[in-house]
Design a protein around this ligand. Structure first.
Ligand SMILES: Cc1ncc(COP(=O)(O)OP(=O)(O)O)c(N)n1
Ligand SMILES: Cc1ncsc1CCOP(=O)(O)O
Ligand SMILES: [Mg+2]
Length: 206
């Protein structure tokens, strides 16, 4: 499920339809999707809810789980498959009862954050940024490939999905360093050939 985790919101799509981009990515084989509706021009309220419903339906048509970023109330409201929370978002302890049978992801940017996180109910950790990214204005300092390598040694069990500045040209090293999967916004959302780019990511698992 973590192999190729596409993350996207309206602000990441330029000059095309969100649903078209997502459907191309689904057809090409992404394995998980996160709706991350934040940043300039992002939707709110009922418009956001309706978009989330449509995107969830599209993901389910391709048997791909639909995860909501940050907004756990929306995730419950539309019966999403899971939630991704960061260190500054709602604490997992406070929502766990409501998400008992759902996927829960948590961001971990460094070892201090890892040490202070309760991973008991977490299905995966999103580790990064690995490289510099222009998709998140408040991203922490990139940890490079060493962040993944050291995190894998630090915890040999927890599923790790790497994030931040990943492309199908640098993902091989990240997987070799011990990540179970990779996540990306811009390399798919802004791709001129989604089918080819998604397939070349997936080739690294063959
Ligand atoms: C898979 C994955 N990993 C990390 C993040 C970042 O989450 P967070 O730190 O809460 O930052 P925002 O995405 O909410 O801006 C993520 N979304 N997904
Ligand atoms: C959400 C997030 N969290 C850490 S880096 C990042 C943005 C990743 O976007 P991109 O794949 O375009 O670098
Ligand atoms: Mg967050």
């Amino acid at each position: 499920m973590l192999k190729l985790y596409f993350i996207c919101g309206s602000s990441n799509i330029v000059g095309r339809q969100f649903e078209d981009v997502l459907e191309q990515a689904l057809k090409a084989g992404i394995t998980l999707f996160q709706f991350r509706e934040k940043g300039p021009g992002s939707l709110d309220g009922e418009e956001k809810r309706q978009l989330a419903q449509r995107l969830k339906k599209l993901c389910h048509a391709y048997n791909v789980p639909f995860i909501v970023n940050d907004d756990w109330q929306l995730a419950l409201d539309i019966d999403a498959d899971g939630i991704h929370l960061g260190q500054d978002d709602e604490k997992i302890e406070t929502i766990i009862e409501k998400f008992e049978h759902k996927i829960i992801g948590l961001s971990v940017s460094n070892f201090e954050e890892y040490d202070q996180s309760d991973l008991q109910h977490v299905d995966y950790i999103g580790v990064g940024p690995v490289y510099a990214t222009s998709s998140k204005s408040d991203a922490k300092k990139p940890g490079g490939i060493e962040l993944i390598r050291k995190m894998r040694l630090y915890d040999k069990e927890v599923p790790i999905v790497a994030i931040g500045g990943i492309t199908n040209r640098n993902c091989e090293m990240i997987l070799k360093a011990g990540a179970d999967g990779i996540s990306t916004i811009s390399s798919i959302a802004a791709s001129g050939n989604i089918e080819q780019d998604v397939k070349s990511y997936l080739d690294y698992y063959k």
